[in-house]
Ligand binder design. Structure first.
Ligand code: Z5A
Length: 213
């Protein structure tokens, strides 16, 4: 039996990640292909609840502490992600450790740069593909409701975009496929489906265990 794929969506706030993840899940279901969707942060666990309170401004956390909580929130799911992939289920992830690294590094804390931020993520399952929904901070802001959560400011989003660019030009960048997220919902979806179809061409689907970060 072929293993499932690990597909990650990344991008700025309001890039359309959740919308496109849901559409992709529907496509898989229509084709009767097994699929599971995970969103990070998963706000339902104990760490997720602490993250949620922080993002909503209901609690304070030191920069390194909140970074590590986001990382724990991913590690809590690793065993089930690996089990699903092994069982032939494709796992789609809405935000992953790339967000973890860039949002923390965007705070410009002198002891929390991209390299420090990446350490706790080393060993996570590495995705077969990271679909980066590319949108300018300006266009994302036009989609509304900026300012409700901690990082939803124009300044933060611009710095995050810059740091995603740094990640994409590092060796890690080979996992990324950039898609113009400013296009219509339907054109973005069409491009995503092309990218997913192409994964089979460059990933040995029988390969287990998965590569690691
Ligand atoms: N964070 C972190 O710091 N460290 C970490 O390790 C992780 C995350 C994992 C919460 O994340 C915050 O946590 C986030 C990063 C940080 N902070 N910020 N900023 P989240 O994933 O829970 O929340 P989010 O990224 O803010 O999700 P979002 O606002 O839902 O964005 P989205 O999923 O990319 O967008 P969407 O909900 O699909 O669409 C937004 C709107 O645009 C909606 O009205 C759509 O109908 C519309 N839309 C979508 N696509 C289109 C197109 N193509 N055209 C026109 N309109 C569109």
């Amino acid at each position: 039996m072929a293993r499932g794929k690990l597909v990650v969506f990344e991008g700025l706030d309001r890039a359309g990640k959740t919308t496109q993840c849901m559409r992709l899940v529907e496509t898989f279901k229509r084709r009767a292909e097994p699929v599971r969707l995970i969103r990070f942060p998963d706000r339902s666990t104990a760490t997720g609840k602490a993250i949620d309170a922080y993002l909503k401004g209901e609690s304070e956390q030191e920069d390194h502490v909140i970074h590590l909580l986001f990382s724990i929130n991913r590690w809590e799911k690793v065993a089930s992600i690996e089990a699903d992939i092994q069982a032939g289920i494709t796992v789609i992830i809405d935000r992953y450790y790339y967000s973890g690294c860039v949002y923390s590094a965007a705070k410009d804390n002198p002891t929390l740069d991209l390299s420090w931020a990446r350490h706790p993520e080393v060993g996570l399952p590495r995705p077969d593909i990271c679909i980066f929904l590319d949108i300018s901070a300006e266009d994302a802001a036009r989609r509304g409701s900026f300012g409700e959560e901690k990082y939803e400011t124009r300044k933060m989003q611009e710095r995050v975009r810059q740091l995603f660019g740094v990640l994409q030009s590092s060796p890690e960048g080979e996992d990324f496929v950039k898609i113009d997220a400013g296009a219509s919902l339907e054109s973005v979806e069409e491009r995503i489906l092309e990218v997913i179809a192409a994964i089979d061409a460059h990933v040995d689907i029988e390969d287990l265990p998965l590569r690691r970060v």
